[in-house]
Design a protein around this ligand. Structure first.
Ligand code: GLN
Ligand code: ZN
Length: 762
């Protein structure tokens, strides 16, 4: 018998109950007891769902009021001074202040803890802040309370806790400079205390997550693993060390030999760890194989997974456990909820509940291959695999032929930048320090209401178009009044920069309830790429043509790039990311070309997710960067030299990817720089980045309106690093989250700053 277990379940609820309760609590519409009731009910439902699906050992500790890393910070007493409660006792209020910041004067000011991406997922965690004199103490009872709660419900549970090394790795040091690894010896005793308390509650196994074992680790961190686990070894409980999101590679020996009782590995991301692992694993250890993808929405190929499991079972017997590849936090909750997907498509999908069923049936199949349930599941899986493999809805010969015919020439502009920019300057006739914006203008309540009414059928298509035209006219009038040089239409008609395009492409499908937590109460519902992608008709041309018709100034076309489309969708597993990016690129290229044909002189292709697509391991970077920049060039290279291609990237780390950014060969790149005080331009200067750059001169994340001198100061700094004829003037990012008054005020200042610089350089 192989044991079926789960590494973690989504906490948001089938109908995003947690989100609704959190937000009601923050607004004061729900009291703490009410919020806690919702949490308790969700945990109960989620354990039942997993148990009914056939999971033998249920996770506890995967529920969090905001984020699981934040829960650990409270558990370890890692509360930054600005949030520390007077009596030392952290409350839910403390937790939410750390997550969201506080600005009331009674209890002190405090900006929220920094948030960043959880490995290469779209989940964001709250970064722990460590001080040089950091003390750790048990300061939060949640894990024990929830363990008791589960035990009282009669469940067989396995508490889940972040390992000490991963927890330290995820944090950052504050104040005096020091090595956070020095904190390890202070942190370790807490694990002993926690395990002792869990043991007293009748727990047998604990899952210790150490996903950093799939990263390129410095030697001192590797050494620290041995030291830490030699110490933890003495603590009570059986320990399952969980790794996921990649292969252990050179850390395989280290991970296999740590003195714990079991190891979980991700065979979806890194199938080649098997069977190597069998020869490295000590014979007393449990091996948990993650064979069902915890990060996607596709049904598992059971036959395929079972082949590995059977082989492993021969070697391991009862020491084999079966699991999803990682926590199911990253997949939507329950496919059963989808009432509008056609039956065929639905038969291809599996959400968290269904993934648990897959894990359970695989575990059963290992020892009871003839059980009717097993035979039924295998037959069904086989029929899904064959129907997908042959489906004309997925496989489009015209798309594949077109992708196969792509040549290097297609991904290369006609002439080098120097020649292009000369022609573009002649045609565009822009002043020095040309001003522009990133694309979106405020998404007002009126816009959202119109879109909602249109979707509900309460507003006709013609009336909706009229409403959007009114918004575009408004945006154009304001930009003309402000004296901006290159105008945008404002993106009023777009709900979201990916969904808007996905809705218009063949090969994408949308779920109704496929929500996944992004951070706190924020959930996203990524579109699903299920088949070969193509563009049945032009996507943006009519809107941009309308906008251009309103002004004599240059109107920019605005598109989302292939890498961003891909990263923010659920992608296919039957073809590579690279191929999907190429298909997307061809569709976007067609829109770029159509815009040019409609007389549009500048087209921007946003690649907000270019950097976040980077693989976790450095060794895999070059291959990714190569296809990602090639996909961008494929979009951009169907136009004449005179047509100017812009791109935009909203983040601030370019040092390690600058070469690939240059390889994208956009004529103009606009980036986020204001918060880093233009420091980030160092990378561009050091690399001698050859094309035009628009370093953001003001932060759009806050309502603050910087004055003219501040922007002039930033522009002067930029001019020290980048030749002025290649500098553009723009905000850090799109303005959709801002209100109109602050937007206008800030842009007035921005335009004056540009004028002042023009005078200085005249
Ligand atoms: N054009 C988009 C906008 O202005 C870009 C947003 C982004 O890069 N995140 O909103
Ligand atoms: Zn941006």
């Amino acid at each position: 018998m192989a044991l079926a277990h789960s590494l973690g379940f989504p906490r948001i609820g089938r109908d995003r109950e947690l989100k609704k309760a959190q937000e009601a609590f923050w607004k004061g519409e729900l009291n703490e007891a009410g919020l806690r009731d919702v949490g308790r009910e969700l945990r109960k439902v989620h354990w039942d769902l997993q148990k009914n699906a056939g999971i033998d050992l249920l996770p506890v500790g995967d529920f969090a009021w905001y984020d699981q890393v934040l829960s650990h910070s409270l558990m370890f007493g890692v509360i930054p001074e600005r949030f520390r409660p007077h009596d030392g006792k952290a409350t839910l209020q403390t937790l939410f202040s750390m997550a969201r910041g506080v600005s009331n004067t009674c209890c002190g000011e405090g900006h929220a803890q920094e948030m960043t991406k959880w490995f290469d997922t779209n989940y964001h965690y709250l970064v722990p802040e460590f001080s040089v004199d950091q003390h750790f103490h048990l300061g939060w009872e949640q894990l024990f309370e929830e363990t008791e709660e589960a035990r009282a419900l009669g469940h067989n549970v396995k508490p889940v806790i972040l390992g000490p090394l991963t927890y330290l790795w995820l944090g950052k040091t504050k104040g005096a400079d020091f090595d956070k690894l020095d904190l390890l010896d202070r942190l370790l005793p807490l694990y002993g205390q926690i395990f002792a308390r869990l043991a007293a509650l009748g727990v047998e196994w604990v899952q210790i997550d150490e996903p950093i074992l799939v990263l390129d680790l410095p030697q001192d961190w590797k050494n620290a693993f041995e030291r830490a686990y030699n110490q933890i070894q003495r603590d009570p409980l059986k320990k399952l060390l969980a790794t996921y999101f990649g292969g252990l590679e050179e850390n395989l020996g280290l991970a296999a030999n740590l003195p714990v009782d079991g190891l979980h590995i991700d065979l979806v991301r890194a199938p080649d760890q098997y069977p190597t692992i069998l020869d490295r694993l000590p014979t007393y250890k449990v091996l948990s194989l993650g064979v069902v993808n915890g990060r996607n929405v596709w049904r598992c190929d059971l036959q395929n997974a079972l082949a590995t499991l059977r082989h492993a079972h021969e070697r391991l017997g009862d020491r084999l456990w079966v699991a999803p590849s990682c926590s199911l936090l990253h997949s939507p909750v329950d496919l059963g909820r989808e009432d509008q997907l056609d039956a065929e498509l639905k038969s291809w999908l599996a959400f968290a509940v269904q993934k648990c069923e897959e894990v359970a049936v695989l575990a059963q199949a290992v020892s009871e291959p003839e059980a009717p349930q097993v035979l039924r599941a295998l037959a069904q899986s086989r029929s899904v695999q064959t129907s997908r493999a042959a489906s004309p809805r997925i496989h489009k010969p015209e798309v594949q032929t077109r992708v196969a015919a792509i040549t290097a020439r297609d991904a290369q502009r006609q002439s080098p930048f120097a020649q292009r920019i000369a022609k573009q300057r002649g045609k565009l006739d822009l002043p020095l320090f040309p001003t522009t914006t990133i694309g979106s203008f405020p998404q007002t309540a009126a816009i959202r209401l119109a879109r909602q009414a249109y979707k509900q059928g309460k507003l006709s298509a013609a009336d909706y178009t009229d409403a959007m035209h009114t918004e575009i006219r408004h945006a154009v009038e304001i930009q003309e009044r402000l004296g901006l040089d290159v105008l945008v239409h404002g993106e009023a008609e777009r709900n979201d920069m990916v969904e808007y395009f996905a809705e218009q492409l063949d090969g994408y499908v949308f779920t109704r309830f496929g929500w996944v937590q992004s951070y706190g109460s924020r959930c996203v519902k990524p579109a699903v790429i299920f088949g070969d992608l193509s563009r049945p008709q032009a996507m943006t041309v009519e809107w941009i043509r309308y906008a251009q018709g309103l002004t004599n100034k240059v109107m920019e076309g605005m598109l989302t790039g292939p890498v961003t489309m891909l990263m923010w969708s659920f992608a296919r597993e039957d073809v590579s990311r690279e191929v999907q990016a190429r298909q997307l690129a061809l569709a976007i290229r067609d829109d770029v070309n159509d815009l040019e044909a409609a007389g549009i002189k500048i087209v921007q292709i946003d690649e907000a997710a270019f950097r976040e697509g980077l693989p976790l391991r450095r060794a895999q970077w070059p291959a990714y960067l190569e296809w990602a920049s090639a996909a961008f060039r494929l979009c951009a290279s169907g136009v004449r030299d005179e047509t100017q291609i812009h791109t935009h990237m909203c983040y601030s780390e370019f040092n390690d990817v600058i070469e690939s950014i240059a390889a994208m060969d956009a004529d103009v790149i606009t980036i986020e720089t204001s918060r880093s005080d233009m420091e980030l331009l160092e990378a561009f200067e050091a690399f001698a980045y050859p094309n035009d750059i628009g370093p953001g001169v003001y932060d759009i994340h806050s309502p603050r309106i910087p004055d003219v001198t501040e922007m002039v100061g930033l522009l002067r700094k930029a001019a020290e690093r980048i030749p002025v004829e290649r500098l553009w003037v723009n905000p850090d990012c799109g303005l959709k989250t801002r209100g109109w008054p602050e937007t206008e005020a800030a842009l007035v200042h921005m335009v004056s700053a540009a004028r002042q610089l023009r005078k200085e350089w005249a």
